[in-house]
Design a protein around this ligand. Structure first.
Ligand code: D6G
Length: 832
């Protein structure tokens, strides 16, 4: 090879400061096409990202090649959402070249932190479910598991949230506007995906009845690959996202004048399929485009999975030994009917055999018990959009109900609950039931949630298949959520126990004994204070509000939803505000209430609660009589990047959902790992967090899931009585209803007050109010004793090791997928 090329090839791999610097300068000129004088911050971001990307491509190829060579069993994580956030910091840290990169940029006169700021936040998800998928990708790569993510390359991610006069207003999030240096377009990886049309019956070559789907509309799914760097950079997996492309017919057909414009219009409409992420955190049923998105990415992914499998195999017998497909919620559940279609209609596999293969390949994660959030597609829509799948679903259902009939012994109500079709009203396909039936394992995402699944939504299925439901408590990646997001604390931990915790978070337990060490406590506090200063500056930039760094940072960040009860939090804030005004001579613990979160654009109640928080903040923050002892801020546009600033700075973590309604939560884990004390109900993973951090280091209050259930069932709950008997609650509500916070529109909050009274207070805000205020008081009292508070904060960090997504993912790998770590071979490196 020409020496010039050889040296460039080596340089592409070089991880030292000089090599990086030379690459940066070269990339800026030859790929970004700018010279240093004219380069913007964004140009530098693209330059650095491309140079870093160079350094992982070889290992990416090696990883893929090793999987092929060993014909390893792969796991395919199908998810409609991947909330990955920015990738530069993550790639640098996982490759272990953050410091080198910082120095290389230094030598060019640039600051890495500024460059990082130019990266858009990839918000291809709504909240917990999508962020979980992103943490799982990180953990699979870090645990050397052959894992692939499959999803949609939305052109517009989750909307950008701004506040205008305190109201949420949505703007498009154009994350791809300036290009995405991390992705590799694969225009040759194209699969046809069909919609509509009809099903034709015919006799196959041996005279058997067979079906084909004809007269359908075709869309092409085109792949974009993003490398997923595991910690240490040894394993680099693939996230494959699909983008919709019109078929070539649109481009090359012969049209007369009118038809030409129509055809181009049609092309645009077709490609709308991957244009935008649905901004709902609980599915809004009945939207045809959503059904098409789900089928689009699922079908393309399955075709790709079978194509890869067939490179090594000539029949489908060992598909379950080579591929595990995980359904992240019911969004890809149509995949069960699709795999049946591909196996039976396209590859001639017999029905019963295809069904065994399908069930052995799929597994399903349930994320919610809320009945309104369980997907159910109108039969009429399914028949029109996916006619062959509807037939297949009927067939699966008929066989299943036939089998169950004998056991049901005339219990028709039970049979109709087990059915894949909800026959009440306009008939609907229950995607949860399909996912359950077509999977060999079904899991919940926290111990409590899994128990409740057995007792509620899937009680009948659980009786039918008692081995199928299992629990996999969610986790978070310690790389992004501690090592990268909280550098002051990460450095302190490493200085005491080494850096083994980054890969094996269980090691963090060793910090527990340092909780009694005065010097360590002082340093722990100093790290927290640094993070709080950073957040305070961010708050000032975003909202114009100055907050005291030494106040108690009380944080509730998550989607705006009635069951998450931001309303309970703001009511307590009003009560505290009143107390402070009534007792001006008391020396109050200064408190900063920090909220952030988006509401689904059509969720009026959640949007009204946003407005209420902003209205209350305006009054409280400008009232000199509380002497800055209380500040309330609602940060706009909560996303992964904002979370990385907020999580490390929190003192108190609000996890106050109505018990039984939050499946797991992962924000609760991020905050506790970063040394926040939780104030929470016994809901979701809070239950397990309490078990790990200990009862003394968490503030638990409120009704339990069982009590909530009993209270609702008894019908005896009267919120008006509760309000009447609690003067501080009554006063807070009176202030809202008389327009103290909305003088321009005193009736603005009528719907909220109505829901809390005549509406029966479904989320039991009033029922939990008194205990919540007591728990808040306890937290404030404890905060006065900084030594004791810090001790408990350290014990939180030290005891959160179990909540690493590495632990979660290894449980999936061994108990559901039967997938094992594969160490990639790196021939170029071993050749020297
Ligand atoms: C990823 C990684 C790359 C590989 C490509 C195709 O982009 O190394 O060549 O996937 O892999 P298969 O989809 O053919 O397995």
């Amino acid at each position: 090879m020409d020496a010039r090329y050889k040296s460039r090839e080596i340089e592409r791999r070089s991880l030292d400061v000089d090599g990086l610097k030379r690459s940066f300068l070269e990339w800026l000129v030859y790929s970004v096409g700018k010279d240093a004088r004219a380069a913007t911050r964004r140009d530098w971001f693209h330059t650095v990202a491309l140079a870093v990307r160079d350094r992982l491509v070889d290992r990416w190829m090696d990883t893929t090649r090793t999987y092929y060579q060993q014909d390893a069993k792969r796991v395919y994580y199908l998810s409609l959402e991947f909330l990955i956030g920015r990738l530069l910091t993550n790639s640098l840290a996982n490759l272990g070249i953050t410091d080198q990169c910082r120095q290389a940029l230094d030598r060019i006169g640039l600051n890495l932190d500024d460059v990082v700021e130019a990266e858009p936040d990839a918000a291809l998800g709504n909240g917990g479910l999508g962020r979980l998928a992103a943490c799982f990708l990180d953990s699979m790569a870090s645990e050397a598991l052959p894992g692939y993510g499959y999803g949609i390359r939305y052109e517009f991610g989750l909307f950008e949230q701004r506040f205008e006069h305190g109201w949420q207003v949505e703007y498009p999030e154009q994350w791809l506007q300036f290009g995405n240096p991390w992705e590799f377009p694969r225009p040759e990886v194209l699969y046809p995906v069909q919609f509509y049309g009809r099903v034709e019956e015919f006799r196959d070559s041996v005279g058997e009845r067979a079906y084909r789907w004809v007269d359908a509309e075709r869309v092409l799914a085109m792949a974009y690959d993003t490398p997923v760097v595991g910690y240490g950079g040894d394993t680099i997996n693939t996230l494959r996202l699909w983008s919709a492309r019109a078929t070539r017919d649109f481009n090359f057909g012969h049209f007369n004048d009118g038809a030409y414009m129509k055809a181009v219009e049609q092309k645009v409409l077709t490609e709308n399929l991957s244009r935008v992420l649905y901004p709902n955190d609980a599915t809004e049923g009945g939207k045809e485009l959503r059904l098409k998105q789900e089928y689009f990415f699922t079908s393309a992914s399955l075709q790709d999975i079978l194509r890869r499998y067939l490179q090594h195999h000539s029949n489908f017998d060992s598909l379950p030994d080579k591929a595990a497909i995980q359904l992240n919620d019911t969004h890809p559940a149509i995949g069960i009917a699709e795999l049946m279609r591909l196996l039976v209609d396209q590859h001639g596999v017999l029905w019963d055999k295809a069904w065994d293969i399908t069930r052995a390949t799929f597994s399903y994660t349930n994320h919610t018990l809320l009945p309104e959030a369980l997907e159910a597609w109108p039969v009429r829509m399914m028949e029109r959009v996916l006619p062959r799948h509807m037939q297949i679903i009927y067939e699966i259902n008929a066989k299943f109900l036939n089998r169950s009939k004998a056991r049901a012994a005339g219990d028709n109500a039970r049979l109709s609950r087990l059915s894949l079709i909800d026959e009440r009203g306009d008939r609907r396909v229950r995607m949860g039931n399909l996912a359950f039936l077509g999977s060999h394992k079904v899991n919940g995402v926290s111990a409590l949630h899994t128990e409740l699944m057995k007792q509620t939504v899937f009680a009948d299925f659980h009786a039918e298949f008692p081995e199928r439901i299992n629990n996999k408590t969610n986790g978070i990646t310690p790389r992004r959520w501690l090592h990268q997001a909280n550098q002051p604390l990460a450095a302190l931990i490493t200085s005491r126990i080494g850096n083994g915790w980054i890969k094996d978070l269980g090691q963090i337990k060793a910090l527990a004994e340092k909780a009694d060490d005065l010097v360590f406590r002082e340093e722990f506090r100093r790290a927290k204070r640094k993070n709080k200063k950073r957040l305070a500056a961010y708050i000032a930039r975003q909202t114009g509000v100055d907050v005291q760094v030494d106040s108690l940072f009380d944080v509730q960040v998550k989607r705006m939803h009635e069951y998450k009860r931001q309303l309970l939090n703001i009511l307590q804030a009003i009560a505290l505000y009143n107390e402070m005004r009534d007792n001006p001579t008391v020396s109050w613990v200064p408190v900063t209430k920090i909220f952030a979160g988006k509401a689904a654009p059509s969720y009026h109640m959640a949007k009204l609660i946003i407005k209420l928080i902003n209205d209350v903040a305006k009054v409280v923050n400008h009232d000199p009589s509380v002497h800055d002892n209380l500040k309330i801020v609602l940060l706009p546009n909560y996303n992964v990047t904002a979370a990385e600033i907020i999580m490390p700075a929190a003192d108190l973590s609000e996890q106050i959902s109505t018990a039984g309604m939050e499946a797991s939560g992962t924000g609760n884990m991020k905050l506790a790992l970063n040394g926040a004390l939780t104030i929470g109900t016994l809901d979701g993973a809070n239950v397990e967090i309490r078990e790990h951090v200990g009862d003394d280091n968490i503030f638990i209050f409120g009704l339990t899931a069982e009590e909530v259930n009993d209270l609702r069932a008894s019908g005896g709950f009267n919120p008006r009585e509760v309000i009447a008997s609690n003067p501080s609650l009554k006063r807070a509500l009176d202030m809202i209803s008389t327009g103290v916070f909305s003088p321009d529109d005193p009736h603005r909050y009528h719907p909220i007050l109505q829901a809390l009274t005549d509406g029966g207070d479904h989320f039991l805000v009033t029922a939990d109010f008194a205990e919540y205020c007591e728990a808040q008081q306890e937290a404030m009292d404890l905060y006065r004793d900084q030594e004791e508070w810090t001790r408990k904060a350290i014990l939180n960090t030290a005891n959160m090791g179990w909540f690493s997504s590495d632990r979660t993912i290894m449980e999936y790998a061994t108990e559901i997928w039967d997938v094992h770590p594969v160490k990639p071979e790196h021939p170029a490196e071993t050749e020297g």
